[in-house]
Design a protein around this ligand. Structure first.
Ligand SMILES: NC(=O)c1ccc[n+]([C@@H]2O[C@H](COP(=O)([O-])OP(=O)(O)OC[C@H]3O[C@@H](n4cnc5c(N)ncnc54)[C@H](OP(=O)(O)O)[C@@H]3O)[C@@H](O)[C@H]2O)c1
Length: 216
């Protein structure tokens, strides 16, 4: 499959692209915002496409069978960008995927994502929760629907990936290494048990493939 990685130049996105490239089973297409980010991917032999979630991204999705969403407005931008990127931009990419022939959509969400969040960063948790809710219910409103998966990691770290995770809330200290997360986003693509599932993902003790295969 051709897999579009949205947010490909990000800390998690780059790991996702690298992993897809290493595994060789699917063909990554890196969606980037700036031509200056192209060199990293050229060196890896990975195709790039320019796209910004604040604008239509249909051209980027066209020709891809799957999407991995690894983008985010980040904590340094205003709350307007949380809405425009994490909420509306994410939904825009889901509609673009469904309407342009992609069937598979894997979303990097966040633990505590919730449309009714009262957390200290509720604008972010609400935006992620609303985007997740659209993805989980898009079949009710879209003429073409997606096989979706929503993965909700804890606080992201740059610790080496252990390949061992927990998908049970409360099993860990709510930390998730970006390497473990990238591996989960890539593994989920081909694991049918993850379709139609929302689950948390923390560093833990269960081998990743087993944890995803045996999701409740
Ligand atoms: N940090 C945490 O502890 C944590 C916990 C749970 C979930 N998460 C989620 O995980 C996501 C990924 O984390 P990360 O550390 O890999 O993030 P990151 O390094 O900040 O990467 C985010 C990527 O999103 C891209 N992006 C931002 N606005 C965009 C837009 N309008 N259109 C297209 N792409 C856009 C950025 O592009 P540029 O490279 O051009 O800036 C960047 O490549 C976060 O955004 C967050 O939603 C984070």
């Amino acid at each position: 499959m051709k897999v579009l990685i949205i947010g490909a130049h990000g800390n998690t996105g780059r790991r996702v692209v690298r992993l897809l490239q290493e595994k060789g089973r699917h063909l990554p297409v890196a969606m980037i915002r700036s031509p200056e980010q192209k060199g990293v991917f050229d060196e890896m032999g990975v195709t790039t496409v320019l796209g910004d979630l604040e604008y239509p991204v249909d051209h980027a999705v066209r020709g891809c069978e799957a999407v991995i969403f690894a983008a985010g407005s980040g904590p340094k931008t205003g709350k307007d960008k949380t809405v425009l990127v994490d909420h509306i931009g994410a939904i825009r990419s889901m509609v673009a995927a469904a309407m342009n022939g992609a069937r598979r959509y894997v979303m990097l969400s966040s633990y505590r994502a919730d449309p009714g969040s009262g957390s200290s960063i509720r604008h972010y948790h609400r935006a992620k929760g609303l985007a997740d809710r659209f993805l989980a219910t898009q079949a009710e409103v879209m003429p073409e629907s997606l096989d979706w998966t929503i993965i909700r990691p804890g606080g992201l770290t740059d610790e080496p990936g252990t390949g061992r995770v927990s998908v049970r809330p409360g099993d860990s200290d709510n930390k998730t290494s970006r390497e473990n997360l990238a591996a989960a986003l890539v593994t989920a693509l081909d694991e049918p048990s993850t379709i139609g599932k929302i689950f948390e993902l923390f560093d833990g003790e269960t081998p990743l493939a087993e944890a995803l295969r045996t999701l409740a």
